[in-house]
Design a protein around this ligand. Structure first.
Ligand code: F6R
Length: 242
């Protein structure tokens, strides 16, 4: 495990983007797993900058997003699909067919999940999985109690996740109760993992994930089993690490 604690939020964005850029520069046809949320916004802005400076090229890169709300139309501004195009994809030269985001409106969500797994495996798996962490320790939408052998599937969101995500909706009643998420085993199969967290609110959970016993109660604690994890935090999220 490699831990970097950044002095400023700007440094956090730059370091995290550099870590992703290093993967793309080392392997132009990298397969990336990507998160949505507040944490990666700054990182995606930096990646767009690096692309505009001709430092990275997304032509051969393939991406798989971690999750999408079930029943969510991709044109809806609260969808993760919309988020990704708005914050990253429309600003870079990635080809449409290399972008994968679970289809929340799939007529057969269970088939959508198994097809998603097949697509990842068909490309030889994820080279780099980028993750945020939920206040309850979730990774993707793998909420506390999730089995470590879980794969891409339909899940129920925890009440705490619904309240935390209500900020992107008019009210918490509008937050979908279900989502499609990559599973923990899907995430753990990635060759490398980059975990990102910022802000004081994440300080305790990110510390617990790497310093307490591995347990399904803190889904991110499973990352202690992974051989190649890089953690990048800002000073506030890193405050409990010595
Ligand atoms: C998002 C995802 C979630 C978030 C987590 C942190 O695709 O899978 O696990 O990474 O909820 O969200 P933020 O960054 O908004 O605090």
């Amino acid at each position: 495990m490699r831990l970097v604690i950044c002095e400023t939020i700007e440094e956090f964005g730059e370091k995290a983007a550099q870590a992703i850029a290093a993967q793309i520069r080392a392997k132009s046809n990298s397969v990336l797993g990507l998160p949505t949320g507040d944490t990666p916004i700054r990182v995606y802005n930096e990646l767009v900058k690096l692309y505009n400076e001709n430092y990275i090229d997304f032509q051969y890169v393939t991406t798989f997003n971690l999750d999408e709300y079930l029943g969510m139309d991709k044109e809806n501004p609260s969808s993760y699909n919309y988020f990704m195009w708005n914050n990253l994809f429309r600003h870079i030269n990635i080809s449409n067919e290399k972008v994968h985001i679970p289809d929340g409106k799939a007529s057969d969500p269970h088939k959508e999940c198994s097809d998603y797994e097949d697509s990842i495996n068909g490309l030889g798996g994820l080279d780099l999985m980028v993750l945020g962490i939920g206040l309850n320790g979730h990774i993707g939408f793998n909420e506390p109690g999730t089995n470590f052998d879980s794969r891409t599937r339909v899940v129920e969101l925890a009440e705490s996740t619904i309240s935390a995500n209500a900020r992107n909706f008019n009210s918490s009643d509008e937050v979908p109760r279900q989502a499609i998420t990559m599973g923990i085993a899907t995430i753990m199969a990635a060759k490398k993992i980059l975990l990102l967290a910022t802000g004081e609110g994440k300080a305790q959970i990110v510390y617990d994930a790497f310093n307490k016993n591995i347990s399904t109660e803190i889904p991110a604690s499973v990352l202690q089993y992974h051989k190649d994890v890089h953690i990048i935090l800002d000073k506030e999220a890193g405050r409990y690490f010595k």
